[in-house]
Design a protein around this ligand. Structure first.
Ligand code: NAD
Length: 533
């Protein structure tokens, strides 16, 4: 794009769009075509202009007129909008629609897209984000990406992934998250606005592959950025499919091409190339400690959304039957893969037996035989004491079966009473295994919870009706999410108030990330003017 092109586009945005003479005929034809029966959804594609500025003009034009460009059926034979998004599994990983052969090509394309995106109106941004939501709120697609994620990663539970994907599409904040500050006085008017970083490199986990892509794409695009995703290689197919779907939809809405991109073969090498690319201005890592440390050492602005080890405390004042149900629900959600899910239970001795009985009544399988516990440790722990990848996100029934215990199909978690130093307590397993540690009183429970959270500043849960103790734990544990008297997923927004995020940045302090986390505060100063007080 030349400087004169940019000036031209800025002038058009400022003056309210009027189509240049050269495109008036095309616009008129498009409008006529739109009115014809049977042409809804895929009606018109602007002729490829010789001048690159016309790409932008085409984009603005289609947005302003509600026009649709369809990238999947250039012949114009597609009549149903849904068809435009029907990408067969075997085409999900092919090049095109935001998928590039090299990281360099992906970043360059995203950089060019972001430059064009600068000239899109806020209402256009909103429309693009609404379009992304619409794609992933389609029930059949929700089921498909959730099923593919389970099939490809071997982790989690389709029904719960549907809930998580839906949550990401529905409750991730969009452009409304970007609020402007203004100061006026004798010296004029100053605005502080939330403005894009440019191209963001977003690294996504295997545990929430599409959820994170949907959530990050909405938040990052809302803030005016383009995104280069670096998905976990194990979730490659479904991640590429999600990115392709976003591109198809954005193309249909007339957005600049390649606002959301990735590479055909995600790998650690490609992630490193992305992090080192000079046109990537911000890094956002959602994953374990290694990748968070890597982005924080990159020398670039980075957001690190790292591991959690959420403790759940139950004291003697809690509604024990409800607490037990909430704990089983939270701990078994997507087979315990959410970073917010209950990972260890600390119970005050006075109610520990009652709580245990209620947990069992709600689907916990209690393991007490030392030989079976030893077999489970051998199955799920590595030599270093961390989780065996092959057991992460597996169901309680699957894990029990592997150690020769035939559990009822409705079994949801495995409950084991242990000491506070057991690896099941200390490590983030991401399996529906819930170690219970018995303590003398609520103050001891709170102190232990603080230790076991490891300073991740991630998530903690407490069941109590003692407001003073709830407040004490919330103050001492300093987690980004603190759920009182509910399942952990209420903190994500399922059955709890508030917006959703799948990038919970404890280490770098942004906490519950949203569009504003992916924006810079910039100041526009109008000197000696526009103060009308
Ligand atoms: P992971 O750390 O193995 O992988 C995360 C991403 O980082 C993947 O894309 C992976 O390919 C990449 N990666 C990992 N190490 C790398 C390295 N050395 N160089 C380059 N790239 C690297 O994590 P995972 O198993 O995919 O996800 C589970 C972890 O993520 C858990 O610890 C969980 O708590 C955490 N998590 C945190 C949040 C949050 O919002 N805080 C959300 C989801 C998951």
């Amino acid at each position: 794009m030349k400087d004169s092109d940019i000036e031209d586009a800025v002038a058009r945005v400022l003056s309210g769009y009027t189509a240049p003479k050269s495109l008036e005929a095309t616009v008129a034809k498009a409008l006529t075509d739109l009115a014809k029966p049977g042409t809804q959804g895929c009606v018109w594609e602007a002729p490829k202009p010789a001048d690159p500025i016309d790409d932008i003009i085409g984009g603005i034009l289609t947005r302003e007129l509600g026009e649709k460009n369809c990238s999947c059926c250039k012949a114009g034979s597609c009549t149903a909008p849904a068809n435009c998004l029907s990408i067969p599994d075997d085409q999900a990983e092919t090049l095109g629609d935001g998928i590039f052969a090299t990281m360099d090509a992906a970043v360059e394309a995203a950089a060019e897209a972001q430059r064009q995106y600068l000239f899109c109106s806020m209402s256009a941004r909103k429309r693009f984000i609404d379009g992304i939501r619409e794609v992933f709120l389609n029930p059949a697609l929700l089921e498909r990406i959730s099923r593919l994620a389970v099939e490809q990663t071997g982790m989690g539970n389709v029904a719960h992934k549907i809930i998580k994907n839906r949550l990401a599409a529905e409750k991730t904040p969009g452009i409304e998250d970007l609020t402007t500050e203004a100061q006026s006085g004798d010296d004029g008017l100053t605005l502080v606005e939330l403005s894009a970083y440019g191209v963001i490199g977003a690294i996504t986990p295997t545990t929430n592959p599409t959820e994170t892509i949907i959530c990050n794409a909405i938040g990052m695009l809302a803030a005016g950025n383009a995104v280069v995703f670096s998905p976990h290689p194990r979730a490659r197919g479904v991640s590429l499919l999600a990115i392709k779907l976003i591109n198809r939809k954005l193309a249909a809405l007339g957005a600049p091409a390649n606002l959301v991109v990735t590479v055909q073969a995600p790998s650690i090498e490609n992630t490193n190339a992305m992090m080192a690319h000079p046109k990537v201005r911000m890094l956002v890592a959602t994953g374990g400690p290694a990748i968070v440390k890597t982005v924080l050492s990159s020398g670039k602005k980075a957001i690190g959304a790292g591991a959690g080890n959420p403790p759940v405390v139950v004291d003697e004042t809690a509604d024990i039957p409800k607490a037990a149900l909430d704990i089983v629900n939270g701990c078994s959600f997507d087979n315990n893969m959410p970073c917010v899910a209950e990972k260890e239970l600390i119970a005050v001795a006075e109610i520990a037996d009652f709580l245990t009985a209620e947990l069992v009544r709600n689907g916990a399988h209690r393991l007490t035989d030392p030989a079976q516990i030893a077999a489970l440790e051998k199955l799920v722990l590595t030599e270093k004491g961390g989780p065996q990848t092959g057991c992460v996100g597996k169901s309680a029934v699957w894990l029990l079966d592997k150690i020769g215990v035939k559990a009822a199909p409705e079994t949801r978690i495995i409950l084991i009473e242990t000491g506070k130093d057991h690896p099941f307590v200390v490590e983030e397993l991401m399996m529906p295994i819930l170690p219970l540690v018995r303590v003398a009183c609520v103050d001891e429970a709170i102190d232990l919870a603080v230790v076991l959270e490891h300073g991740n500043r991630h998530t903690a849960i407490m069941h109590s009706t003692n407001v003073r103790k709830l407040t004490k734990m919330a103050k001492l544990i300093q987690t980004t999410i603190f759920v009182k008297n509910g399942p952990s997923y209420a903190g994500l927004g399922v059955g709890g108030e508030g917006y959703a995020t799948f990038t919970i940045a404890g280490p770098t302090g942004e906490g519950l990330t949203s569009a504003r986390s992916f924006a810079r505060r910039r100041k526009c100063v109008m000197v000696e003017a526009l103060n009308v007080r």
